[in-house]
Design a protein around this ligand. Structure first.
Ligand SMILES: [Zn+2]
Length: 291
């Protein structure tokens, strides 16, 4: 099974396959090792300058796709395997990388018909969904082919297109939730990027909207769909629901889901550690608030 969190970004996929979104041990902290290089300095490096300090375009390759809706063959940029350096993982499993933001490259869009989806989902579409999109997409849906380095603005447009298409084809709630979660992550990493700093916006309100959308749709998926859901088992999904509840201010729900995770015998060690941290945080906050 592929992830929600599907990706052309191989490291991201690996983390997801292994992590919550799939099942291995999520990394809790910034790995020790190489000193961080300021993004700004790296951007100003001419391409090809250094093996240790590659430009964003050097970290990309063109991946071939064939569109299941219109049959077009095209290429889209993807992050080279093993090149994105994981820096840290947020509570809700958003991976932060040092040298490139793979989130910018997770949506694939067909220039022939405008069909767009998260990369791991792109070619996995049912016959019913394909037929539905063929009926609804038309000549006006064609898009300019995208190649090379993407801006956050372009990436955001692609996530919005992917969510619109997921609604149009009547896709699973978990797929919509996954796209919304990635969109929230993109807004967050954009805020922390040089491009976000220059824009002067903080995107926090928009990020909250997408987090709430993801939470609502993962909750629906929990009752309507069978596991694995976006590569997550029950404990993994409950942990994500706990984290999203916490981030959107639903502290009681966060506590409920965290306690379910901690009681779940099929919970992986990585998820258990993250759930224990969240449990401690919730109780610390309760003490501070005098509850
Ligand atoms: Zn197409």
């Amino acid at each position: 099974m592929r992830g929600i969190l599907p990706g052309s970004a191989p490291d991201d996929q690996k983390a997801e396959k292994g992590g919550i979104l799939p099942g291995s041990v999520p990394q809790k902290a910034v790995p020790k090792g190489a000193a961080p290089v300021p993004d700004r300095a790296r951007e100003e490096e001419p391409a090809g300058r250094s093996r240790n300090n590659p430009s964003e375009s050097e970290l990309l390759l063109d991946r071939k796709y064939s569109c299941p809706v219109c049959g077009s063959h095209f290429t889209a940029p993807a992050v080279k395997a093993g090149k994105a350096m994981l820096e840290k993982r947020d509570m809700d499993l958003c991976n932060r990388y040092k040298n490139i933001d793979p989130l910018k490259y997770r949506v694939v869009e067909c220039p022939g018909c405008g069909y767009a989806a998260l990369d791991n989902d792109f070619e996995h579409i049912s016959k019913r969904e394909t037929a539905s999109l063929r009926d609804q997409l038309n000549a006006r849906s064609q898009q300019m082919p995208l190649s090379g380095v993407r801006t956050y603005e372009e990436a955001f447009r692609l996530y919005r297109a992917a969510l619109r298409i997921a609604l149009m084809k009547g896709g699973k709630k978990s797929e919509r939730a996954g796209i919304a979660l990635h969109t929230a992550w993109l807004l967050r990493t954009r805020r922390d990027s040089p491009e976000g700093a220059e824009s002067g916006k903080d995107y926090a309100g928009e990020e909250q909207n997408y987090l709430k959308y993801a939470l609502q749709h993962f909750l629906m998926a929990r009752t309507e769909e069978s596991y694995p859901i976006r590569n997550m088992n029950e404990a993994g999904l409950d942990y994500l629901l706990a984290a999203l509840s916490y981030e959107t201010g639903e502290k009681k729900e966060a506590e409920k889901f965290t306690s379910w995770v901690l009681q779940n015998r099929e919970c992986s060690r990585g998820i258990r550690i993250m759930a224990e941290d969240l449990w401690d945080l919730l109780h610390q906050e309760r003490r501070l608030n005098g509850d």
